[in-house]
Every structure is written in structure tokens, then in C-alpha cells.
Design a protein around this ligand. Structure first.
Ligand SMILES: N[C@@H](CCC(=O)N[C@@H](CS)C(=O)NCC(=O)O)C(=O)O
Length: 220
């Protein structure tokens, strides 16, 4: 299968982690968001939303939207599971994942950044404040959901990584990149460090990708 991905794309990061956890081999096709390659004809034909990631299965089926792709991978390849066995646990994990993937991530995407700068003429300082505000608010809210919760374990739900951790790590990377200190959210920090210690997460890190610019690239 082929994963259309960009090193900077946090939605692609989620899918890379899930593929690694499941031990599924894939070919990475880099789409450069800085060069706006998501709008190029070939990619736009694949995903008319012109957003990453897209996963193209061996039979040609195109899957888009990272959470839908995670669900597909979990159904097609159930081990290790990305969701808990019980319905209440699944609801909690999906809620934690949605806080990141559905609520905060859309506020940070390139198209929203472009609208802020190109249409609303928001300057860099104000745009930075926007990003830090939503990043910090989400860290606080996520911390409140996991700190002291009986279902929180080594990871956000129990002692094995789930979709909640897959989504959380991208937000933690983003928050640190925006200058926030994870010490303000100690449970999030602990979960982030536990997850990133796993090779499946480390190898999916934005700075460890084949398309990561050389000066930034690091070994996982
Ligand atoms: N909800 C989508 C988000 C997809 C998305 O916005 N991807 C970003 C990169 S993380 C993108 O490609 N944006 C292109 C743009 O905004 O022009 C998902 O989870 O897959």
C-alpha cells in the first residue's frame, strides 16, 4: 500500500504510527505542503479535499481522513488493537482522539493558516498567539481528562497504546514546537514520553521521515 504523507502533517503522523504498530509495510509518497503539492492535479484527483494523508490500498481503494484510516486498519488488521475491548472504553478513547483530531487540529492546518494571513491579514505575531492559545487550551483539557482517571494507565487508556495516544503525540509535538512546556500537563507529558519510547511511534515522528529536510532530520 502507498501512504501519501508529509513530514509536517500531524494527520499523516497518526497513520504512520498505526501502520508501524500493526507491522504493515507501506511505500511513503511524499507530498510537500510547503510547495502546495496537495493542490497538484495528481494528488487532487486522489483526494479532492486536497489534504493529507491518503492511503491507497493494493486493490486501488483510496482511504482518506486519518481517523477513518485508523478504524479501517484496526478492522482489517485487529492485532494489536487500537481500541479497548469494551464499549465504554472505546467511547472514552474515541472522545480523547476527537479532542485532538476533530477539535484542535483543524484550527492549525495550512488552509486555516493561509486564510488567517491571506484573507484576514492576521500578522505572524497574532497567528502565533492563535496557535499557542488553542494548543495550550487543548493540553489543559486533555490533562483534565486523563489525570487521576481510573482508566488512565501507562497510556491514555490502559497500559497499551490506543488511538488516543496516536492522536495525542501529534498534538504534544505541535505544542512543544509552538514553545509550550509540557510540564504544565504532567500526565500528558508522561504519556507522550511513554509513547514516543516505542519504536512504532519514534519511527513515525515528523523529524524522522524520508522527506524531513536534512538539517532537521534525526534518527528515530
Ligand atoms: N481531518 C483530516 C485532516 C487532514 C488535514 O487537514 N491534513 C493537513 C495536514 S495535517 C493538510 O494536508 N492540509 C492541507 C491544507 O490545509 O491545505 C484528517 O484527520 O485526515
Amino acid at each position: 500500500m502507498k501512504l501519501y504523507s508529509c513530514w509536517q502533517s500531524l494527520a499523516s503522523f497518526r497513520v504512520r504510527i498505526a501502520l508501524n504498530l500493526k507491522g504493515i509495510a507501506y511505500e511513503l509518497v511524499a507530498v510537500d505542503l510547503d510547495r502546495r503539492q496537495q493542490f497538484d492535479g495528481a494528488y487532487a484527483a486522489l483526494n479532492p479535499q486536497m489534504a493529507l494523508p491518503a492511503l491507497v490500498l493494493d486493490d486501488g481503494t483510496v482511504l482518506t481522513q486519518s481517523l477513518a484510516i485508523l478504524d479501517y486498519l484496526d478492522e482489517a488488521c485487529p492485532t494489536p488493537a487500537l481500541l479497548p475491548a469494551d464499549a465504554k472504553g472505546r467511547a472514552r478513547v474515541r472522545a480523547l482522539a476527537a479532542m485532538i483530531a476533530c477539535d484542535v487540529h483543524p484550527l492549525t492546518t495550512p488552509r486555516v493558516q493561509r486564510y488567517l494571513t491571506e484573507v484576514l491579514h492576521v500578522d505572524d505575531a497574532a497567528r502565533g498567539a492563535w496557535l499557542r492559545h488553542w494548543a495550550a487550551e487543548t493540553l489543559t483539557a486533555f490533562e483534565a481528562q486523563v489525570a487521576g482517571h481510573p482508566s488512565t494507565g501507562r497510556f491514555a487508556h490502559g497500559d497499551a497504546p490506543t488511538m488516543a495516544d496516536i492522536c495525542l503525540v501529534g498534538h504534544a509535538v505541535f505544542a512543544v514546537n509552538k514553545g509550550l512546556d509540557l510540564a504544565s500537563a504532567p500526565t500528558v507529558k508522561r504519556i507522550f514520553e511513554a509513547a514516543m519510547a516505542l519504536p512504532a511511534f519514534a519511527q513515525a515522528h515528523p523529524l524522522a521521515q524520508p522527506d524531513t529536510p536534512e538539517p532537521l532530520r534525526r534518527n528515530s
